[in-house]
Design a protein around this ligand. Structure first.
Ligand code: PLP
Length: 225
């Protein structure tokens, strides 16, 4: 993983690399979006990415995003912001107001809260259901065995705008089986979008059909925390 150069230079070389990997996998490079994950990095870093043409961003905390993004959203109406960290039910209203995508839908109570806010605010962020492919007890995400029923329930019972699935493979494990599992569940439900792949494993994720690569370190450098 190279982290030399400016944010703009890293974005340019990552875009080229992603397009090359997509073509090598027989995929359309336009279907592998690069999401810049800016958690812990200052608004100035986000502004540098915006100046370099980046428009899709990810944050993992509602409060941090709420402090950093509204001014940038004013200046760049085409900026798209996704929530990629766990969401508490009592922050559903703030999340629906702020984010264009919410990727961590994983339980009925949250689905209900989101449905209520989507109706009330008349805003429909793209929703991704997070699957805990590694069945790690400390991690969020619906377990694979419960995923089919939960996806169906989100669509039929709450009429939620579910567009895809998201996963974070266990650290230190080969990610390929996790990406394959996510892809297979999505296929069964006709879900087109797969949010998978981070700085260390995005090449594998592209081969397994990822449509959103969530890259932090490779763009903004190491996080201080
Ligand atoms: C931080 C984070 C990323 C980015 O991780 P890097 O290894 O820095 O690319 C991707 N997805 C989620 C859910 C994250 O929390």
């Amino acid at each position: 993983m190279t982290e030399t150069g400016t944010i703009g230079e890293r974005l340019a070389s990552l875009r080229a690399r992603i397009a090359e990997l997509a073509r090598a996998a027989g995929r359309d490079p336009a279907e592998t979006a690069l999401m810049a994950v800016s958690k812990t990095h200052p608004a100035a870093s986000v502004a540098a990415a915006l100046a370099a043409g980046q428009r899709l961003f990810g944050e993992n905390r509602v409060q941090e995003a709420a402090a950093k993004y509204p001014a940038l959203q004013q200046s760049y109406p085409d900026l798209r912001l996704h929530l990629i960290g766990p969401l508490q039910r009592n922050k559903a209203a703030a999340a629906v107001a702020l984010f264009d995508g919410i990727e961590t839908l994983d339980r009925p109570a949250l689905a209900e809260a989101l449905a209520r806010e989507i109706e009330r605010q008349q805003r429909r962020p793209d929703l991704f259901i997070e699957v805990n492919t590694g069945e790690e007890p400390q991690k969020s995400g619906v377990w694979p065995a419960a995923a089919d029923a939960f996806i169906t329930q989100c669509r039929d019972q709450w009429r939620l705008p579910v567009v895809g699935l998201m996963c974070i493979p266990p650290e230190g494990e080969e990610p390929a089986p996790h990406f394959a599992l996510l892809r297979d569940i999505a296929r069964r439900h006709g879900l087109k979008r797969l949010s998978m792949g981070m700085s260390a494993d995005y090449d594998t994720a592209i081969r397994f059909g990822s449509t959103e690569l969530r890259l932090g370190t490779a763009i903004f450098g190491a996080r201080g925390t």
